[in-house]
Design a protein around this ligand. Structure first.
Ligand SMILES: C[S@@+](CC[C@H](N)C(=O)[O-])C[C@H]1O[C@@H](n2cnc3c(N)ncnc32)[C@H](O)[C@@H]1O
Length: 226
């Protein structure tokens, strides 16, 4: 798949461009039938209006736990969307790069950054073929973007001691009216996050019994010496 970079500015070890939400039941998950260009078209269309589909405030699990990420360090936001989490971290002093397949999302993320007077690096690319050097990142955040084929690489990207914060819906979300058709491949199983990254140390784990919004969240650390 083609990778489109908006600009190249190597202030981050991974290639990146610089200019410089909210949790809830409004997440429409990736459908397994959409691939490559179809995914991009789907999300571009979804984001193509003034409203911020997932809001401008960060996911609660992130705003409550961002201090697990060492101060001022470099963070990758996978499937960044319209930037609610990336901009939040930038406001807290982190050097954030957000990667998303949707150029519309990335443009909105840059607008949000400007609104809050912060800078974020952004890249329009598919994470399926986007190259990130091993041991280069202090932290990775991944919110509501499930692609198990990336699990091994996510750990490789992190420096020893690096932190991963991951949150998504569990397949219980399919019990919620209107969500029955969500593709199970893009939902996490109950407790799956506890076993998905076997080499990582669990720092925090939550799988609350929500009514109407079944989420699962984890904070992991890559061992300092492998
Ligand atoms: C449910 S949204 C979550 C957005 C954001 N993480 C948040 O929590 O607000 C999933 C995001 O993943 C992005 N995405 C889907 N497939 C992708 C891929 N292969 N590479 C990069 N981003 C992708 C979509 O464009 C979309 O913005």
């Amino acid at each position: 798949m083609r990778i489109i970079l908006i600009t190249l500015l190597f202030s981050f070890p991974i290639l990146a461009q610089t200019r410089g939400g909210q949790s809830g039941g409004r997440f429409e998950l990736l459908s397994g039938t959409r691939k490559g260009k179809e995914v991009k078209t789907y999300w571009d269309k979804k984001y193509n209006n003034e409203e911020y589909v997932f809001g401008k405030t960060p996911a609660k699990f992130l705003s409550q736990n961002y201090s697990y990420i060492p101060e001022g360090s470099r963070v990758l936001d996978m499937g960044m969307g319209e930037g609610r989490n990336a901009v939040f971290l930038a406001r807290k002093g982190y050097k954030v790069t957000g990667v998303d397949i949707s150029s519309v999302a990335v443009n909105k993320a840059q607008l949000l950054a400007r609104e809050f007077g912060v800078r974020i690096n952004t890249v329009v690319a598919s994470l399926n073929n986007y190259k990130i050097p091993k041991n280069s990142l202090d932290a990775v955040i991944c919110f509501y973007y499930v692609d198990r084929s990336l699990n091994k690489r996510m750990v490789e990207w992190l420096k020893p001691g690096g932190v991963l914060i991951y949150e998504s819906h569990t397949d219980n979300q399919r019990k919620v009216k209107g969500n029955e058709s969500y593709d199970k491949r893009y939902l996490l199983r109950e407790s799956e996050l506890m076993t998905m990254f076997p080499k990582m140390r669990v720092l925090k784990y939550e799988e609350p019994l929500h009514k109407g919004n079944f989420t699962t969240s984890i904070i992991l650390q890559k061992p300092k010496a492998e």
